[in-house]
Design a protein around this ligand. Sequence first.
Ligand code: AOF
Ligand code: ZN
Length: 365
Amino acid sequence: MDKQADYAYMQQALELVRRATIETSPNPKVGCVIVREGQVLGQGWTQPVGQAHAEVQALRDAATKGHDVRGATAYVTLEPCSHFGRTPPCANGLRDAGIARVVAAMQDANPQVAGRGLGILQEAGVEVECGAFPDLALQARELNIGFFQRMETGMPWVRMKVAGSLDGITALSNGQSQWITGPAARQDGHLWRARADAILTGIGTVLSDDPMLNVRGVDTPRQPQKIIVDSQLRISAQAKVLQGGALIVCAVADAGKQLELEHAGAEVICLSDENQQVDLPALMQELGRRQINELHVEAGATLNGALIRQNCINELLMYLAPKLLGSGAGLFNLPELNHVDEARALQFHEVSRVGDDLRILARFK
Ligand code: AOF
Ligand code: ZN
């Protein structure tokens, strides 16, 4: 088979993934291109959850154009599914349509699929190739990083956003913190909020800023869920963040306050650790159970530090302004170390300029 052509069609399938909306979540975004003898017969990408998968869309596209797909090759950015979920198995669909060859960028990590989709095809005599291009497999994975994280660990992919001066100051000692970074960075931050399934903050931020914690200024088909870590249930029922619903996570139950917050549209759950603080790792497990793939954290230094200490963060999204503020509040409250070797190690994943500011994506090792 023509390796170069396979690579190019898989790239095309990956491009299609970008057309899928965030509303596919909790499903992964997948792209599919059906080709025979150098002619693209049909293409498709995953539709909002509950609707057609990429393969079904591509088969429909080919049918609409009057193409017979028998003997064709299907390029898919993820192994076709094998199970009856919200939709019937794509592996059966491709098989029954007479597809002769399936090239998949990578296996599905969903334990209900995990190789079975490829198995169905192979048993039916369809030629199958999976993972032949490691760089494209990596791209396919990155496009669905939250889905894979949840499938593999039961927890979401957690991204913590922070913004500060070049010397790591996020607020002056007098509390002033607004507009350290520029408008482009703020707008970019909203794009990252929009792609998340949920946004998490702490009670400190709610009490001091009364934030809305929603997506503004960028187009989005839906708002992320809002989650507030509030050990002692100090939040006011009038807090702006409760508009449109929110999940409040406490550590000390208070039936009266809980009822008041529920009347204001919130859901309250209690997850306590031995220190009467919210059990953060247990919260991450709970959010995984709730099918949150990507979680966006925007909190103050206290909750940020606690989340990092308890290994709840996968990635930092940092905006740094080309300014020195000298002293004030730092980005994370972490314990003082005695030795540099004890430092939490990260790896730069991506470094870029957004307006006048620097954007750093760094992943915990
Ligand atoms: C595919 N093509 O485009 C996607 C797949 O509940 P369902 O029926 O929508 O199935 C969801 C699961 O299907 C999801 O967890 C993942 O394993 C797989 N996603 N599979 O063949 C697609 N989005
Ligand atoms: Zn499917």
